[in-house]
Design a protein around this ligand. Structure first.
Ligand code: DOR
Ligand code: ZN
Length: 422
């Protein structure tokens, strides 16, 4: 089947200047890119004038919740949400019930994915059995099973000696360790950032030190083991500074942030909206700006959603009792465009870099690109379309978006994946 996409503006992370061209897709592959293509047997022609054509995204921080919490999300709904949000490849987090902490658990998950996944799903496994922080998983066995990363995401491994061993094993097996940076002895029972807002609202605060002290420790341990480390969901200025210094020393560290950390701040919690209760918490405006700057400077390498679905029962309750987390798959691109491109903070190739080339580099997989001969996996994006985030329009089973009601600029029009437009 031949499909022709006419006159779209093609953005790849490696090309500094986006170019307007036609794209011919034949049998699911990009057959030709040229200023003007006309050929026989076109079955579908799409006028993409004024639209951005970019590769599909890699989102390396997604909670699919299966097995065990299918009331929040399933492989089916989560991967549909991923594709709707433009992510054809996602990394599934292992804090399921039970946790993905053994070869058997990975094998079972692979079976389920084969049957139910609509997008490409990579697997990460826990660092410790049951994510309890006591005993390391069989890192070698899991690496042989094709696991892309290990992480106890949702919590941090408190035992430094155990964590050092994890880094050593990870290095031996060429696997990356993703760190959820939180010192629970500091975050305790906090529910939002410690500061002016927590004082005014009378809620228990989480100090920034709970994050950056753990970032510093994990980087030191990774450095000692000469292992690769990836810091998940960065939220504050001090963590950025620590990572910047480590990169200058040559530590093999990469870092991600999520759209809410550069587009919202603790002031947004004055409405007590539990969808904005996230861990790590939304910080100050100053921190949000530091996160943006770190993205621009490359200290923070990439953007991931930290898609964390929770049911209405777990969210529509008092702030202190609500679960931590927001969904993000279906809004991440538009939020990033609104907050970073519209205000001219980043340009298109840089933004695409943070959603494609960088996560590909961290996970050691091929970079998605719009290039002749490559599989046609692309997004047709309308940069002018304004829309409001609404509960009823999500593919995700849970609707706990911190962006509900927010007006965004730019919308995914179609996603081409596995030989068809979705
Ligand atoms: O807000 C969060 N939700 N942060 C985490 O680290 C875990 C996640 C979840 O699994 O719900
Ligand atoms: Zn997470």
């Amino acid at each position: 089947m031949k499909i022709l996409i006419k006159k779209g503006k093609i953005v790849n992370s490696k090309e500094r200047k986006p170019r307007v061209a036609d794209i011919l897709i034949d049998k699911g592959k990009i057959a030709k890119i040229a200023p003007q293509i006309s050929c026989e047997g076109i079955e579908k022609e799409i006028n993409a004038a004024g639209k951005i054509i970019m590769p599909t995204l890699i989102d390396m921080h997604v909670h699919l919740r299966e097995p065990g919490r299918e009331d929040k999300e399933t492989i089916e709904t989560g991967t549909k949400a991923a594709l709707a949000g433009g992510a054809a490849t996602i990394l599934a987090m292992p804090n399921t019930e039970p946790a993905i902490d053994s070869r058997e658990a990975v094998k079972l998950l692979k079976e389920k994915l084969k049957e139910k996944a609509h997008s490409n799903v990579l697997i990460s496994a826990a660092i410790t059995e049951g994510r309890k922080g006591k005993k390391l998983v069989d890192i070698e066995g899991l690496a042989q099973e094709g696991v892309k990363a290990i992480t106890d995401d949702g919590s941090s491994v408190d035992d430094s000696q155990l964590m050092l061993k994890a880094f050593e094993q990870a290095k031996k097996n060429d696997i990356i360790v993703i760190c959820h940076s939180e010192d629970r002895s500091l975050s305790k029972k906090g529910v939002l950032n410690l500061g002016f807002s927590s004082t005014c609202l009378g809620l228990r605060g989480i100090p920034k030190s709970a994050e950056f002290e753990r970032v510093a420790r994990d980087i030191r341990l990774a450095e000692e083991a000469e292992a690769r480390i990836h810091i998940a969901h960065l939220s504050c200025k001090e963590s950025v500074e620590i990572i910047s210094q480590a990169k200058k020393r040559g530590v093999r560290v990469s870092a991600e942030t999520a759209p809410h950390y550069f587009s919202l701040s603790e002031e947004d919690l004055w409405d007590f909206d539990t969808n904005k209760k996230i861990n790590p918490p939304l910080r100050s405006r100053d921190d949000a700006l530091a996160i943006k700057q770190a993205l621009r400077e490359g200290v923070i390498d990439l953007i991931a959603s930290d898609h964390a679905p929770h049911t209405e029962n777990e969210k529509d309750i008092e702030f202190e009792r609500a679960e931590f987390g927001t969904i993000g798959l279906e809004t991440e691109l538009a939020v990033a465009v609104t907050e970073l491109i519209e205000v001219k903070f980043l340009d298109w190739p840089d933004l695409v870099n943070k959603f494609t080339a960088k996560p590909a580099e961290v996970l050691k997989i091929p970079e998605p690109e719009i290039k002749e001969g490559r599989k046609a996996e692309l997004i047709v994006f309308d940069p002018k379309k304004e829309w409001v985030v609404e509960k009823n329009n999500f593919f995700s089973k849970s609707k706990n978006s911190c962006f509900l009601g927010r007006k965004l600029k730019g919308k995914i029009e179609r996603v081409f994946y596995k030989g068809r437009f979705i």
